[in-house]
Write a protein that binds this ligand. Sequence first.
Ligand code: CP3
Length: 354
Amino acid sequence: MAVLHNDTFLRALLKQPVDYTPVWLMRQAGRYLPEYRATRAKAGSFLELCHNTELATEVTLQPLERFKLDAAILFSDILTVPDAMGLGLHFVEGEGPRFTHPLQHEQDIVHLQVPDMSRLRYVFDAVSSIRQALNGRIPLIGFSGSPFTLACYMVEGGGSRDFRLLKTMLYQRPQLLHKILDINAQTVTAYLNEQIASGAQAVQIFDTWGGILSDAAFQEFDLFYLRQVVSGLQREADGRQVPVIVFTKGGGQWLEQLAALEVDALGVDWTVNLQQARQQVGQRVALQGNLDPLALFGNPESIACEVKRLLAGYGAGSGHVFNLGHGINQFTDPEMVKYVVDEVHRLSVGYHQN
Ligand code: CP3
């Protein structure tokens, strides 16, 4: 394996000294880039793109050609996991993901099993291929959905406004939901470990829907299973630590409990005050975030102002990875992305004079 030329991202996650604040963006490869849309058309569809090693590698690298990003993220989707469990993932144009066989009745759930990891071989092949193509330029992030966030889609059969079906199960048949979450936790652990074995140098767990839960339900149905996953992860590869990031959207009120998981970093959405968050988590974890993705619809002056505010909020020293507070919007102007990345690099140097 090639030596890593830029390890700023990995160092910041481990709170080791850095020269500037590293930056990457959730959903950095995607529809806001015309070259992504062209490759997706060549592949036929989003899912075919995920299954095609060469084209998945191509789109992973596309944003790196335009912007000086400090990390690459595997091009795939969190819903590959329930698909491998036999739920039948497909995308309805303009409506997002759908499952042919959602988990709504006891008989759908009793037979649910940890899938054979060979069904996700195409993801691991993409990881090795991307790692090779990066050739040590910057680190590669692997990822998975959290057990709870995956369960949201598995029970609802797609996205939802109010998660009524999921919450009906949570309050009426909690043991059924626990069964799904237990299988998901085992699956996510094996899936991330296989990505790490294939070359992922850090992993992020996307807990996109944790924030819909009551405090009590968050502890029982989300945090508990995050802990199961994190405790089962392989934390070293090629003689280097593999940092783990957990991103709970809407999880600002649970930062202390999330920090008590044995993770290296917490992703935070844009509602969180970085200075307060840093005080709360102390030395335990690094923080990743948290520009409002829609701030990219401002102008250079307003964007520079937001970047300055976030860098000043975190303050001096290592432990901050700059990112958006959620995925990039598909109508974002790529010029504004370039501007943010360059501004983060330029303005952050002053916070790292060791
Ligand atoms: O960050 C990256 O560049 C890596 C790729 C990535 C995708 N999805 C590609 C994608 C990652 C890390 C994800 C994670 C993901 N997928 C999450 C968690 C993060 C989040 O955004 O909350 C979730 C909830 C999903 C499920 C999913 N996939 C939804 C709800 C949708 C439809 C909504 C939408 O934005 O279109 C997808 C599709 C999807 N995943 C696209 C991409 C680039 C768009 C598909 C297309 O090209 O038409």
